[in-house]
Write a protein that binds this ligand. Structure first.
Ligand code: CP
Length: 297
């Protein structure tokens, strides 16, 4: 059991295995629809989301919780109310857990520190996206007989702005896998080697001996300066297309957390082809998020 889910970095290997084990049981046996009966789960999303937001909603509803869909556009945050005041006021109505997405790194942790409810980080700035990493690890473990030890996972693209890359690095390492980052030097700086990742810039080299490739979305909304030569050049050097797919070992899986820039970081033919786990990731997101909610004390 955990009080909050704020980052993978704060979890032990035992915590991660407990959540993934619960997800496995929930997938096998179905969700106990009364586990969170009478409890209120509030989604506070200060950034857009399709998968994470809807997946937490389906997960919480499946456990019998009442889900409160706070909507920034119709909320008093438009009048200047702070995140903390918003959370305080909602907590006063009797909340079991907040699921928070926010552009500022550390925002969910700040709420957790000041409010007496469980908090789940649904993505904060460039910091972490822990539920995404857990569902990615779950999806790979299903494919590899429950074991990630010794496997090599390549994460490609905009590592610099990616909370998914950071959470996946910590989670995969905790479970014994090796992580390689690849992208332009501006988006995959060598500084990530200090965190234990291998970093390289040549995608054709990077693809050679990996068991899974996770493509990341080029996050144009977080790039204030020109960090890539052009979209066309990025696609040519760091995009995954059928030519590059042919260089992969047989059975190498392709992943993407979504949303996807089709034709930029990943070609449509790859996205819709075999060995692609993208919709399995989304499907597993529901049981993994149920496991997370069930783990909260
Ligand atoms: N993977 C992910 O976080 O997608 P959304 O932004 O749609 O939630």
């Amino acid at each position: 059991m955990i009080p909050h889910l704020l980052s993978i970095r704060e979890l032990s290997q035992g915590d991660v295995l407990d959540i993934l084990g619960r997800a496995c049981r929930l997938k096998r046996e179905g969700a106990p629809c009364t586990a969170l009966a009478g409890k209120v789960v509030v989604k506070l999303f200060y950034e857009p989301s399709t998968r994470t937001s809807c997946s937490f909603e389906v997960a919480a509803a499946g456990l019998g919780a009442h889900v409160l869909n706070w909507n920034i556009a119709n909320s008093s945050s438009i009048k200047g109310e702070s995140l903390l005041d918003t959370a305080r006021n909602l907590a006063a109505m009797g909340v079991f857990a907040f699921v928070i997405r926010h552009p500022n790194a550390g925002a969910p942790a700040r709420v957790a520190k000041h409010i007496g409810c469980a908090v789940v980080n649904a993505g904060d700035g460039r910091h972490e996206h822990p539920s995404q990493a857990l569902l990615d690890a779950f999806t790979l473990m299903e494919k590899w007989g429950g074991e990630l030890r010794g496997r090599r996972v390549l994460i490609v693209g905009d590592i610099l702005h990616s909370r998914v890359a950071r959470s996946n690095l910590y989670c995969l390492q905790l479970l014994g896998a090796k992580v390689r980052f690849c992208g332009p030097p501006t988006l995959a700086p060598k500084a990530f080697e200090a965190l234990g990742a291998e970093v390289c810039f040549d995608l054709d080299e990077a693809l050679k001996d990996v068991d899974a490739v996770m493509m990341l979305r080029l996050q144009k909304e977080r790039q204030q300066e020109a960090l890539i030569p052009s979209a066309q050049e990025y696609q040519r050097r760091w995009g995954l297309d059928l030519r590059r797919m042919s260089k992969l070992k047989e059975g190498t899986f392709v992943m993407h957390p979504g949303p996807v820039n089709r034709g930029l970081e990943i070609a449509s033919e790859v996205m819709d082809g075999p060995y692609n786990l993208i919709l399995e990731q989304v499907a597993n997101g529901v049981v993994v998020r149920q496991a997370i909610l069930e783990s909260l004390q």
